[in-house]
Design a binder for this molecule. Sequence first.
Ligand SMILES: [Zn+2]
Length: 195
Amino acid sequence: MDQIRITQQDADELTEALAPIFNHGVERQRKLLRQMCEDEKWAQVFRPDVPRLFADRSLLLLTHVLRTDYVQKRRQQLSSDVFRFLIYKVYSHAPCPEHAVLDGVIFPRDHTMLKHCMPPNGWRCLCDVSGAASERMAPLLGGTRMIDTCDVTGHGDTAWVAGFEVDPAFRNNAIPTMLDTLHHIAQGHADTELA
Ligand SMILES: [Zn+2]
């Protein structure tokens, strides 16, 4: 169901509309989205006529906006040479299934696998990565095992944690744009399935 034509201009307008209220809380942001949905196109994307869909879709959008900002800053913070090891942690209150196998894994900072999972990226991902100056510090930051001791599988010429698949949208540590996110939402991928 991809007949809704969302343009770069739409994405820019939405980004611009959200910017002045970025720290006003989810309810204020949802109020703005509802107002925008008086326009038929936005109504098709966010579906304010179906409360569950609107809740799912607006949450994914607002999470994306916050995450994008955070992930960019985090990438910069962790680029310091001080950090010789990077430790992957899944957010325990809302573990994301695609990254569960990476929880507690300690990576040497130049490990090839980090080219696809650093910073953590995913549509509902709340994982984080910490930097440790030495291997001795890693357990204090949630590290439980070095990558070499994990269940690893060959992936090209490097060790790779078995069971980790890179979502194509996040390959090479890409951060989806607002336009990518709107397409994702319009195609119904943000909708959770309720029993
Ligand atoms: Zn994650």
